[in-house]
Design a protein around this ligand. Structure first.
Ligand SMILES: Cc1ncc(C[n+]2csc(CCOP(=O)(O)OP(=O)(O)O)c2C)c(N)n1
Ligand SMILES: [Mg+2]
Length: 608
């Protein structure tokens, strides 16, 4: 057997660089790295040696480097991914939140934190936590519940099994998620005679599981017996590349489609079959269609509580639930009739079985009513009151084209964008709403731009999300990435303030003016962004915003527009119930009233 003598870190990097997609590209588009003790000497040296084969990117925070990697994978439809390596201790734990984000969103991410010495020579090494009762514990054990595959590399030859398992997990459509290879720092530097065959290029084909014939027949029978079916399109439609199949299926059988946050843009907004966004952040058109439906066919959806209006949305007592999902876990949720398979294959086979069966199609009056209600909200304001987020969305929409990808994760904007953004094509809407993680936005925009350099990426984020994680803006400047940031500054956590009020709470600790302070907070976001090298401007009106967005088109690198917005209004129509538990006992009358309303909704869900 031909062998190559390499350190374990060198072997890992060499292996990473030759794992390929079916399209002939490396599966890993790069490695994000912040070095420290635990990865600089071993992995750092190895990445340098292979820098022609695989690019290393330096970020400013491990969590946000992961966000960039995750957004890259999401925008690539899970066909490609990135790795992130950190030092041991705080560098590693900084990635735990991001691991959870990738886990919730079922997105591939390769995490390679350094780990303590396997030989325990220098115990306790700098940054090592000490478990009094378990010598095998390190901080990296925090990754176990938030990864789909976890391994600790304590001997070089373990890579021979661990690395293929890592790629198997990231390219398995049903189990896809983050992987953690915690790499003991002494082992990284240890040499071993690896078989040369281990470093031959390998293609990772993403399989398309076919449906079980019995399941297919059961779903066929349910659909045949239905009168008013509706399709809930989730993120799995995008991950499967099933947007064309969905459009063909919906059109042929005349079944309306509604879209979750992850599913949005599966069909263009103006497709007749698309009744719009569903759930808590959904439209009246989609939500009414779901409430009336006697069969809900989920395609690639986790049926998360926002999507289902905390399970209050599909309330027709005759309603049957079908879940077409590549993961059996999702296909079996809430008593659904499962159709466990790939979305594209499943839709095509179901269509073939249904033959010419056609339903009555969408009630297009619902859609007209919806747009009649919300279109005026996105128009430029007449007076000089503080703009709303809806008006900001209107301005961004008017300045955008078919190539625009609008993205966001947390705050007021996700709900407003889900309702109001008119996505012209699949992939034009990138929302991280599985974890809805503040701080995903700027780094996420970087990942999207790296995945699709030819697209115009517009990142919409609130002042709160900007303050939580903005440092990768400097990375975007360094990498010359042309992304546009629209920061809506409403002086605090506007959406949570509204949620607090809606649950009867006093306005407290959300808006900056309602937080404990000796000085009122006054942050100059444009100056802050400019200090990192971005072109940045504060605008005083929607008209100025539109002019700035025109200028953004000419920018070479990141362009930041800051606009002050009103923290109180949000788009009401279509809003569906969300289960947020209200206190049973309180001295506040408003809380007691909110509790009464809450109990009513809970009763309704229970069919009472
Ligand atoms: C990491 C993280 N922490 C806390 C939250 C809870 N949360 C959701 S939105 C939000 C406030 C967002 O404020 P901002 O970005 O200014 O948006 P706004 O609602 O004001 O438009 C908070 C605290 C979260 N989603 N993510
Ligand atoms: Mg805010």
């Amino acid at each position: 057997m031909t062998t190559i003598r390499l350190t374990a870190a060198q072997a890992m990097v060499k292996y990473l660089s030759v794992q390929m997609t079916e399209a002939g590209e490396p599966f890993l588009a790069g490695v994000w790295a912040i070095f420290g003790h635990g990865n600089v000497a071993g992995i750092g040296e190895a990445l340098h040696a292979e820098r022609e084969m695989i690019t290393t990117y330096r970020g400013h925070n491990e969590q946000t480097m992961c966000h960039a990697a995750i957004a890259y994978a999401k925008q690539s439809g899970r066909r490609r991914a990135m790795a992130v390596t950190s030092s041991i201790g705080p560098g590693a734990t900084n990635m735990v939140t991001a691991a959870a984000l990738a886990h919730v969103n079922r997105l591939p991410l390769l995490l390679i934190p350094g780990d303590v010495f396997a030989n325990r020579g220098p115990d306790p090494v700098l940054q090592q936590v000490e478990d009094f009762g378990d010598g095998t514990i390190s901080v990296n054990d925090c990754f176990r519940p938030v990864t789909r595959y976890f391994d600790r590399i304590t001997r070089p030859e373990q890579l021979l099994t661990a690395l293929p398992r890592a790629f198997r997990t990231m390219t398995d459509p049903a189990e896809c998620g983050p992987v953690c290879l915690a790499f003991c720092q002494d082992v990284q530097a240890e040499a071993y005679d690896f078989p040369a065959s281990f470093f031959e290029p390998k293609v990772w084909r993403i399989r398309r599981p076919y449906p079980d014939p019995v399941e297919l027949a059961a779903v066929f029978n349910l659909l045949k017996a239905a009168a008013k079916p509706v399709i809930v399109a989730g993120g799995g439609v995008h991950y499967s590349g099933a947007t064309d199949a969905l459009k063909a299926f919906a059109e042929k059988h005349r079944i309306p489609v509604v879209e979750s946050q992850a599913g949005k843009s599966a069909l263009a907004w103006d497709e007749p079959m698309n009744l719009g966004p569903v759930g808590v952040t959904g439209s009246s058109s989609a939500n009414v269609a779901c409430a009336e439906a006697d069969l809900v066919l989920g395609v690639g959806t986790r049926f998360q509580d926002f999507t289902t209006g905390s399970w209050n949305l599909f309330r027709n007592p005759e309603r049957r639930l079908v879940s077409l999902n590549v993961a059996a876990y999702d296909a079996m949720k809430h008593g659904a009739e499962p159709l466990c398979c790939d979305a594209e294959v499943g839709l095509e086979m179901l269509s073939e079985a249904l033959g010419d069966l056609r339903f009555s199609g969408p009630n297009s009056a619902l859609k007209q009513e919806w747009f009649a209600a919300v279109d005026p909200l996105t128009a430029a304001p007449q007076g000089n009151e503080l703009p709303t987020d809806a008006q900001v969305i209107g301005a961004v929409q008017r300045a955008s084209g078919d190539d625009t990808v609008v993205m966001c994760a947390a705050g007021t904007m996700p709900g407003e964008l889900h309702k109001l953004w008119k996505a012209p094509r699949p992939g034009a809407y990138h929302m991280e709403y599985g974890f809805s993680c503040m701080g995903y936005e700027i780094a996420g925009a970087i990942g999207i731009k790296m995945a699709e350099p030819e697209r115009d990426v517009v990142c919409m984020l609130g002042d709160g999300s900007y303050m939580m994680a903005n440092s990768e803006l400097a990375t975007a400047v360094m990498l010359g990435l042309k992304i546009t940031l629209v920061i809506t500054d409403n002086r605090g956590f506007g959406c949570i303030n509204r949620l607090q009020m809606a649950t009867g709470g006093a306005e407290f600790n959300n808006l900056l003016d309602h937080a404990e302070h000796a000085q009122p907070s006054n942050i100059d976001f444009a100056a802050h962004a400019a200090s990192m090298g971005a072109a940045a401007v504060h605008v005083a009106s929607i008209a100025e915003l539109e002019a700035a967005l025109e200028r953004a088109k000419e920018a070479a690198g990141p362009f930041v527009v800051v606009i002050d917005t009103d923290p109180y209004p949000s788009t009401e129509p279509g809003g569906h119930w969300w289960d947020v538990a209200v206190p049973e006992v309180s001295t506040r009358e408003e809380v007691l009233e909110a509790r009464k309303a809450y109990e009513g909704e809970v009763k309704m869900r229970a069919g009472g």
